[in-house]
Every structure is written in C-alpha cells, then in structure tokens.
Design a protein around this ligand. Structure first.
Ligand SMILES: *[C@@H]1O[C@H](CO)[C@@H](O)[C@H](O)[C@H]1NC(C)=O
Ligand SMILES: *[C@@H]1O[C@H](CO)[C@@H](O)[C@H](O)[C@H]1NC(C)=O
Ligand SMILES: *[C@@H]1O[C@H](CO)[C@@H](O)[C@H](O)[C@H]1NC(C)=O
Ligand SMILES: *[C@@H]1O[C@H](CO)[C@@H](O)[C@H](O)[C@H]1NC(C)=O
Ligand SMILES: *[C@@H]1O[C@H](CO)[C@@H](O)[C@H](O)[C@H]1NC(C)=O
Length: 171
C-alpha cells in the first residue's frame, strides 16, 4: 500500500508541466488537445459541458491568465467530472483524457508554472460519483485488490488516480 501511495505521488509530480503544455504520462497536450477526445458514449453524454469547456479554453487563445481563470477551470472540471461519472457507469477503458484526474492536476500545475496562479484544490479535484460501488473495482486488474485495502480516507483519491492511470496504461 505504501508503494502504491508513493506511486500516486510520484505520478502527480511527474505530471508537472513547464509551459502551458499539460503534461500527462510524458505527453505534452496543447490547449487544443486537452479535450480533443475521440468520439465515445462518454463524450456524447457530456457534449454540452465539454463543448462549453472547449470553447472557453479555445477562446483564451493560449493566454494563461484566461486559461487559469475560475470560470475556465470550472468549465473544464465540470466536463471532466461529467465524463468521470459516465466512465464509472460505462466501466470500460477510454481515452486517457476522459474523466481524468491526471489531466486536471497537470492543468493546475501548468497554471502554477506559467501564470503563477495557484488553483484551490477543489477547483481541479474530481469526486467519486454516487454510482461508484464495489462492483466497479471488481473489473480492475491487479489494482482492485490494492484499492480495497486502502483506508477510507484515501479511498476516493486513490481510486480516482488508479482509474486515470489504469485507463491510460490501457492506451
Ligand atoms: C508544447 O509541446 C510541444 C510538443 O512537444 C512543443 O512543440 C511546444 O513548443 C511546447 N509549447 C511550449 C509553450 O513549451
Ligand atoms: C514535453 O515538454 C517538455 C518541456 O516542455 C520536454 O522536456 C519533453 O521532452 C516534451 N515531451 C514530449 C513527449 O514531447
Ligand atoms: C460554461 O461554463 C461556464 C463556467 O462554468 C458557465 O458559467 C457557463 O454558464 C457555461 N455555459 C453553458 C452554455 O453551459
Ligand atoms: C507568485 O504569486 C505569489 C502570490 O501572488 C507572489 O508572492 C510571488 O512573488 C509570485 N511569484 C512569481 C515568480 O511571480
Ligand atoms: C471550493 O472551496 C471554497 C471554500 O472552501 C468554496 O467557497 C468554493 O465554492 C469551492 N469551489 C468549488 C468549485 O467547489
């Protein structure tokens, strides 16, 4: 369990971006790529929120102050949270940007690094949907057993990172 927590921390640190390139799993995502997600049932379900987020991000035209403004970040969070909820419901591997805590964390890091704007934790934190239950983790390979032993304090965060990482690994 300790190594799992370390892994999560290392992953979070490794996601740090140095320019407003959102760096997730060694991939540099430009602002146009963050939400350029392949069509899926999840994307369709969250089209309204994600189109709104996409439009706000594009209209910032790479201006970091604009990208890191509360309403822009909020729109991105709403889009990712919607996709995360749907992802849990659908329970299938998806593109690594779908419902991704890693993308949100990397986005916050990019704001810090490029605009010196520190976003509040809750501005970029996904929360587990109420539909999340034990049956969901049953399909996880290897990691499922780890999640079960993680204390409830860490359960939410650990599961979110685990899901993000696992689906990315499946890419
Ligand atoms: C972002 O990453 C791309 C691809 O690696 C690179 O071409 C571009 O210069 C980077 N942008 C900044 C602002 O560092
Ligand atoms: C991403 O950008 C960083 C710094 O901007 C660079 O060091 C790294 O090589 C880039 N990675 C890729 C995969 O382009
Ligand atoms: C887009 O997102 C912003 C920020 O969350 C919100 O204020 C606005 O109402 C949204 N617009 C639509 C059309 O949903
Ligand atoms: C970043 O912002 C903080 C608080 O607003 C400020 O104290 C600090 O000097 C800034 N750092 C840089 C490098 O601009
Ligand atoms: C984040 O927390 C602050 C105070 O703790 C609260 O005022 C704000 O509404 C929260 N924002 C979100 C997006 O939940």
């Amino acid at each position: 369990m300790f190594s799992f927590v370390s892994f999560v921390l290392i992953f979070a640190l490794a996601s740090r971006a140095f320019a407003f390139n959102v760096t997730v799993n060694n991939r540099n995502l430009t602002t146009t790529q963050i939400l350029n997600i392949p069509d899926s049932v999840v994307k369709t379900a969250c089209a309204t929120k994600c189109t709104n987020a996409s439009q706000l991000i594009q209209s910032c035209n790479d201006d970091t102050a604009c990208l890191c403004r509360a309403d822009t970040v909020s729109a991105l969070l709403q889009c990712e949270q919607c996709m995360f909820n749907k992802l849990v419901e659908v329970n299938k591997p998806m593109d690594f940007r779908v419902g991704s805590q890693s993308v949100l964390s990397a986005y916050a890091d990019a704001c810090k690094a490029t605009a010196n704007i520190t976003l509040a934790a809750n501005q970029t934190a996904l929360i587990l949907p109420s539909t999340w239950d034990q049956s969901f983790i049953a399909v996880l390979p290897v990691g499922g057993a780890i999640v079960v032993v993680v204390t409830t304090t860490f359960l939410g965060m650990a599961a979110i990172f685990l899901l993000s990482n696992m689906y990315t690994a499946g890419e």
